[in-house]
Design a protein around this ligand. Structure first.
Ligand SMILES: [Zn+2]
Length: 136
């Protein structure tokens, strides 16, 4: 069993008015990594899809993949392509309940956003995940 001490929240870095369904994510990551890099994906309608087994190492946070889980929501860019918290009500609700569930399964894990990791120079996930989920 691999030990999970980190849950990293991401966005797909796609525009809020552009559809990026789970099939597109899987295809995109298959080309890049040969497998889907995130463990969970949440589309704009709030549907949660497990895209990788938790025991398998993902590809979402360089240097941290071996002991973390990656959770991604569809969006993260506004209509102009600028970083923005584009989470829908359904996505917020699904993300919160998924993170609660993951925290129960991995009590020692810290929840933070991709951008909160040292050395990351991107806006992902375009909101303050560390602060929002600090009490889970
Ligand atoms: Zn990210």
């Amino acid at each position: 069993m691999r030990r999970i001490d980190l849950i990293v929240v991401h966005c797909s870095a796609t525009r809020c008015n552009q559809s990026f369904p789970v099939t597109a994510l899987i295809r995109c990551h298959a080309d890049r990594f040969g497998f889907t890099g995130y463990h969970y994906y949440i589309t704009r309608d709030g549907t949660v899809t497990q895209t990788r087994h938790e025991q398998l190492i993902g590809a979402h946070a360089r240097g941290y993949n071996s002991h973390s889980l990656g959770v991604c929501y569809e969006g993260g860019l506004d209509k102009e392509g600028q970083p923005a918290d584009t989470r829908t009500r359904n996505q917020k609700r699904s993300l919160l309940s998924l993170l609660k569930k993951l925290k129960r399964a991995h009590p020692e894990a810290r929840i933070l956003g991709h951008r909160d990791l040292p050395g990351v120079h991107k806006a992902c996930p375009c909101f303050d995940a560390q602060n929002e989920y600090q009490d889970l």
